[in-house]
Write a protein that binds this ligand. Structure first.
Ligand SMILES: Cc1cc2nc3c(=O)[nH]c(=O)nc-3n(C[C@H](O)[C@H](O)[C@H](O)COP(=O)(O)OP(=O)(O)OC[C@H]3O[C@@H](n4cnc5c(N)ncnc54)[C@H](O)[C@@H]3O)c2cc1C
Length: 296
């Protein structure tokens, strides 16, 4: 078992910002990351609203730069998923599959999880062929990809993939919820076909790697063979590693400065990198002042 003053769950932009600032303060901090440093940002095709990059920057590139900063400043990073966190009344006990870490303050920077297609839409054989993040597709080339969704993420994914693939976006209604500029770019991209009023009814495996989709399009039933399916139908906060008893005390622990939720995990529709980074900085500064005032 090891002890650190602060434990941060998640090395997305919010966790990175908090980790960097706490380390600058000299506060013993550990960051846990179960997947890849940079979090969801690694999926962003072209980030144009993060200050400092007047011409925009690829999400993955910005994530690499954040990782470089995190490692460069010497933040302790554990490439392990947090399975469970308990509050024993004095300290947080953070469990991974390999170790237990005790900490005084917990920062929950876990981001969000994707909403999944329902079980009645997917044959079990197809489940592992469905993706929820574009990075998990591993830069496909010359393939036919279907995307379900109608928000920023669906259109951003389409623009990302259309450089080297053919993409179809299926939206079950007529309403798009993406930035107008993403829509303009997608509309003018010959490799992207947008299909409103098209609902994916059923997904099954086809051949070695492909999928066969059954669609309802303006009332008609059609089928499609695709190489991959990417689903972007919304995201929900991730708090699954927190023990239920801890969840019940979360607000009280936040009020007393022992626990902080930062970034997408708490930002509702305001899920943006700069906001997440600001949350991380604010939490780190609050923790520093609490430590200085001897309140821990
Ligand atoms: C397609 C797309 C395009 C986007 N474009 C933009 C854009 O142009 N501009 C912009 O500002 N924002 C954009 N965003 C949003 C931006 O990516 C997020 O707002 C930002 O990444 C949120 O940071 P975060 O640290 O709160 O959460 P996340 O980035 O989600 O990071 C959370 C991290 O926690 C880890 N984690 C979760 N649970 C555990 C656990 N139990 N143990 C260990 N680790 C755990 C996850 O693996 C993840 O790495 C985009 C998002 C997407 C999907």
């Amino acid at each position: 078992m090891i002890y650190r003053t602060v434990g941060i769950i998640g090395a997305g932009p919010s966790g990175i910002a908090a980790g960097v600032q706490l380390t600058r303060y000299g506060i013993a901090t550990v960051v846990f990351e179960e997947k890849a440093v940079g979090g969801l940002l690694r999926n962003a095709n072209w980030v144009e609203n993060y200050p400092g990059f007047p011409n925009g920057i690829k999400g993955i590139e910005l994530a690499y730069r954040m990782e470089e900063q995190l490692r460069g400043i010497g933040v302790e990073l554990l490439a392990q998923g947090v399975r469970r966190v308990e509050w024993d009344g004095k300290l947080f006990r953070v469990f991974t599959s390999e170790l237990e870490v005790m900490c005084e303050v917990l920062i929950v920077a876990c981001g969000t999880r994707p909403r999944q297609l329902s079980e009645r839409q997917v044959h079990p054989s197809a489940r592992r062929r469905i993706f929820y993040e574009v990075v998990d597709l591993n830069q496909p080339r010359h393939t036919k990809i279907a995307i379900i969704g109608a928000g920023d993420a669906a259109f951003d994914y389409a623009l990302n993939l259309a450089a080297e693939n053919q993409v179809e976006i299926f939206n079950r209604t007529d309403i798009r919820r993406c930035l107008p500029l993403l829509w303009e770019r997608a509309k003018n991209n010959p490799a992207i076909r947008y299909m409103p009023q098209t609902e994916v009814l059923w997904v099954e495996a086809e051949g070695e790697k492909g999928l066969r989709l059954t669609l309802s399009r303006r009332g008609d039933i059609e089928t499609r063979s695709v190489d991959a399916l990417l689903v972007a139908i919304g995201r929900e906060p991730r708090l699954d590693c927190l023990d239920p008893a801890l969840c019940r005390q979360l607000e009280a622990l936040e009020t007393s400065g022992r626990c902080y939720r930062i970034g997408d995990v708490k930002n509702g529709i305001f899920r943006q990198t700069a906001i997440a980074v600001g949350d991380g900085l604010r939490a780190a500064m609050q923790i520093y002042h609490t430590v200085m005032e001897g309140c821990l």
